[in-house]
Design a protein around this ligand. Structure first.
Ligand SMILES: [Mg+2]
Length: 249
């Protein structure tokens, strides 16, 4: 290698290093998505959506239109993609009525039924990392589009590991936009008094990764459980992992 080649390699390496986000241990808070990151309710949600809309491609259409979105936005995105016009309806529509609210209410009814019947399991690797963060004094919060956020954390026995939760009900009450807007993550960082630049966002959905980047968070970690690693990277994930236990080493 000539001295010029060597110098250009060194410069490239330095540029790469300086463009890397801050390492995990330098952060003051971690904001977790719920479904697919802390708890394995993605299958439950996909099954309930499938029962609400048939026929439905649970893998592809779930990832494209429904995963990580607030329930009503998910219904609208799905119907628009299918070219199926449906009236908006009202929040009181009986579950199963042909309206955006009726379909969303059907899905919620199915989720409530399955939550009480089957319970929820937290991913062991996620619980280990969250416990390690708490021991190190790192602040933690959960940000989810789900109106069931606290109920799911409670059912999984991990509600006490988080200082605050920003769920679907908070988004509605505070008039915050759902993911891919960064509003929920910014609200959680604000409640913790954490600087977004020194805060980690952990997400498994493309819309959630995009929200983390739009919010200017210091490190956005994509968990490749449903979406492909390449999709999460394209949405802006700094780092893509398969399981949160990888953050422990
Ligand atoms: Mg998720």
């Amino acid at each position: 290698m000539s001295p010029e080649q060597l110098m250009s390699t060194v410069l490239e390496t330095m540029a790469l290093r300086t463009s890397l986000p801050t390492p995990a241990h330098a952060h003051e808070a971690v904001l977790f998505d719920l479904d697919g990151v802390l708890t394995s309710t993605t299958e439950l949600h996909a099954a309930c959506w499938k029962q609400s809309f048939a026929p439905f491609d649970a893998d592809r259409e779930y990832v494209e239109h429904l995963d990580g979105r607030p329930r009503h936005a998910g219904v609208r995105a799905f119907l628009d993609a299918r070219g199926l016009p449906a009236p908006e309806g009202t929040p009181d529509d009986v579950p199963g009525t042909w309206s955006v609210h009726g379909i969303a209410n059907a899905k919620q009814w199915l989720v409530d039924e399955r939550l009480s019947r089957d319970g929820v399991t937290a991913y062991p690797g996620s619980v280990r990392w969250v416990r390690a963060l708490r021991r190190d004094g790192v602040r933690t919060a959960v940000v989810s589009s789900s109106a069931n956020c606290s109920a799911v954390l409670h059912a999984a026995g991990i509600l006490g590991l988080f200082e605050t939760t920003v769920g679907g009900d908070d988004l509605k009450r505070l008039r915050l936009r759902g993911k891919p807007a960064p509003d929920g993550f910014l609200e959680a960082a604000d409640r913790l008094g954490a600087d977004p630049a020194r805060t980690i966002v952990v997400e498994d959905a493309v819309a959630g990764v995009a929200a983390g980047r739009r919010g200017g968070f210091g490190l956005v970690v994509g968990v490749a459980r449903n979406a492909a690693p390449a999709e999460l990277r394209a949405a802006g994930a700094h780092l893509v992992i398969d399981d949160l236990s990888e953050m422990l080493s």
